[in-house]
Design a protein around this ligand. Structure first.
Ligand code: 6CS
Length: 365
């Protein structure tokens, strides 16, 4: 079947307007005298705050019709309705893997990037806090409330992203993470000898080790093929993504054990953002708020609808929601992972973890 993840050819579709990091940027080679005058005039106009209609480039890790794509489309719509600027969207595969788009955003080739903490762990170790098992609730209203008001999310994380040249604009949930495998999983022993693909995140590796599996970190583009060829036997993702990327074609069983909810983050290149006028920054913030609300609405019922679509496409697909009792050994195993997070990140990690717990208590009480 056709699937995004299994099409490495996508990676070659590098739009002509962009070149890989480290290469010459557009126009540098063919600068003519006329161009120089036009460019300087434009720069002056922009500096003077007049008619600076720019194209802002925004890359994300999913397709246009997936959650990150829905967010990006709403953001683009808002920016274009409220400013002279245009937003050019780059879905997964058009500019490379998640790690590539992050590099491009840090170097200023991209103005905006959506990268999930699952891939940000090496850059910002504290972002691994989102992989402490059973930390986040599955109640979607409580989660939305948490992301809107959390001090850890809205005040502490922006400082850590800023150290990497990134203006953190928002974090949002993408749904409960479930595991897909070839064989049923009801207890950690069932994961023995099972290679489970995880995002490239050290703490997520620790989690699956604690759960009894053999974790295998891979970029997203390699997952479908690796399942197909048996290099790995499982992977985890939110239900909408299991459906849209046809993970059910290459695995037989879905297991939901409530261990996590997928978190993602949208940021801007900091130099670019700092160079915007106050009004423009406000337009960006407002667009982010509108897109956030849109994405929370958009996801209502999405988990259940996705299960139905999967069952329609493949009636033999098993979907198991583990009972409270079955979850206990996974919860127990997960406690060690929280300690490992603190070991990995020290004082600043501990502060974020404690603040997150406080923020979460406020929305789950
Ligand atoms: O598993 C992954 O790598 C991907 N999962 C989701 C839900 N979004 C993007 C990410 O690359």
């Amino acid at each position: 079947g056709a699937n995004r993840g299994g099409q490495p050819a996508n990676l070659n579709r590098l739009p002509g307007c962009l070149m890989p990091a480290g290469h010459r940027t557009r126009g540098e080679r063919h600068m003519t005298y006329r161009n120089i005058i036009a460019t300087s005039a434009l720069a002056l106009m922009t500096a003077a705050g007049a008619a600076g209609a720019d194209t802002w480039r925004y890359a994300f890790e999913e397709a246009l019709d997936e959650v990150q794509g829905q967010f990006a489309q709403k953001f683009k719509e808002e920016i274009e309705a409220n400013s002279d600027h245009t937003v050019q969207l780059f879905p997964f595969g058009t500019l490379g893997e998640s790690a590539d788009i992050m590099e491009q955003a840090q170097s200023g080739i991209l103005q905006f990037v959506n990268q999930s903490p699952g891939f940000t762990g090496a850059l910002i170790p504290e972002a691994q806090v989102f992989f402490v098992p059973y930390l986040l609730p599955q109640d979607t209203d409580a989660l939305a409330e948490f992301f809107r008001n959390s001090e850890a999310i809205n005040e502490m994380f922006p400082e850590l992203y800023a150290e990497q040249g990134l203006e953190l604009l928002t974090m949002f949930p993408e749904g409960e993470v479930c595991l897909t495998t070839q064989e049923p999983v009801t207890e950690p022993a069932d994961l023995d000898q099972t290679k489970v693909r995880v995002m490239t995140n050290p703490l997520l590796v620790e989690s699956y080790q604690a759960f009894g599996a053999t974790p295998t970190p891979l970029p997203w583009g390699e997952v479908y093929g690796a399942l197909q060829t048996g290099i790995i036997q499982g992977q985890e993702n939110p239900m909408f993504f299991i459906e849209s990327t046809k993970m059910y074609e290459v695995t037989e069983v879905i297991t939901c054990m409530g261990h996590n909810n997928f978190t993602t983050a949208v940021m801007a290149n900091q130099e670019f953002y700092d160079g915007l006028s106050d009004e423009e920054q406000q337009v960006v913030q407002d667009a982010i708020d509108v897109a956030f609300n849109h994405i929370i609405d958009y996801q209502k019922g999405l988990h259940e609808e996705s299960i139905e679509k999967i069952k329609e496409a493949k009636p033999s697909m098993e979907v198991n929601i583990l009972t409270e009792e079955q979850r206990q050994p996974f919860i127990e195993a997960g406690k060690k992972v929280e300690d490992q997070f603190v070991e990995m990140t020290g004082e600043s990690g501990k502060e974020i973890l404690d603040q997150m717990k406080e923020d979460l208590a406020e929305v789950t009480e």
